[in-house]
Write a protein that binds this ligand. Structure first.
Ligand SMILES: Cc1ncc(C[n+]2csc(CCO)c2C)c(N)n1
Length: 228
């Protein structure tokens, strides 16, 4: 199964962990979003946890500003921090408010272990490693949701209550952001490892980080299902 074109590096990373990648992007939670069978309690539980997730993800992307080596890299990271903190989290706030959950409750929500494991893994990849270690740990989150959004918008039944969620990630603007991120990642990889990056020992390490972050996405969906 091939996915959208988000660049060479992502295509190589994804192709090297097909089982983990389908466990993530074709998870029961994702199917439930598409056909509308996901219980609302599971969705809300996920959304509250995802708010906390985005708080820590914004911290991880901020680390990208610290580790960037070019102006293009720094701009991508700075833009993403702004998008997360000032825009994407507003969607969570709005949806939860409709269900009677206030933003202060979101910020102080008890963080599930699967959630904590994922974001701290990513932050540690950035602290211990360099810009590439951080970017490949961040990549499954961004590209995976882009791929899920595109697939579901083509296949979703019309009356799923999760149409807004699907539309957010299938949106052309979001897809364009993923294409730009893919371009930036390709340039960052080639700058540091060369055009034949897949032949380098360093690539195997980066692949390990990408695969681990993908597994942690599976754990996040599992957590969402259990929360109902
Ligand atoms: C568990 C989890 N994984 C991925 C995303 C999607 N996401 C989070 S940050 C980001 C990129 C910056 O815009 C994207 C696409 C999510 N919300 N929650």
């Amino acid at each position: 199964m091939s996915g959208p074109d988000y660049g060479r590096s992502f295509a190589a990373l994804r192709a090297a962990c097909p089982d983990e990648w389908s466990a993530y992007t074709d998870h029961a939670f994702v199917r439930g979003l598409g056909d509308g069978t996901l219980p609302q309690a599971s969705f809300l539980h996920y959304l509250v946890q995802d708010y906390v997730f985005l708080v820590h993800f914004a911290r991880a992307w901020s680390l990208g500003v610290v580790k960037a080596e070019t102006m293009a890299e720094m701009k991508t990271c700075a833009r993403t921090v702004d998008a997360l903190v000032n825009h994407e989290m507003a969607l969570h706030v709005k949806t939860c408010a409709k269900a009677g959950i206030e933003e202060t409750a979101l910020f102080s929500a008890k963080e599930e272990v699967a959630n904590l494991a994922y974001t701290r893994y990513v932050i540690d990849a950035g602290l211990q490693g360099d810009f590439l270690d951080l970017m490949v740990a961040l990549a499954p989150c961004c590209f995976g949701y882009g791929e899920i959004g595109l697939r579901l918008v083509g296949a979703a039944c019309n009356d799923t209550p999760y149409a807004d969620w699907i539309a957010t990630y299938a949106d052309v603007d979001y897809q364009q952001v993923m294409v730009s991120f893919g371009d930036m990642l390709d340039a960052a990889v080639i700058r540091r490892l060369g055009a034949d990056f897949k032949a380098t020992p360093r690539w195997a390490q980066l692949q390990g980080r990408f695969t681990k972050a993908t597994e942690l996405e599976v754990g996040f969906w599992d957590m969402g299902l259990l929360g109902a």
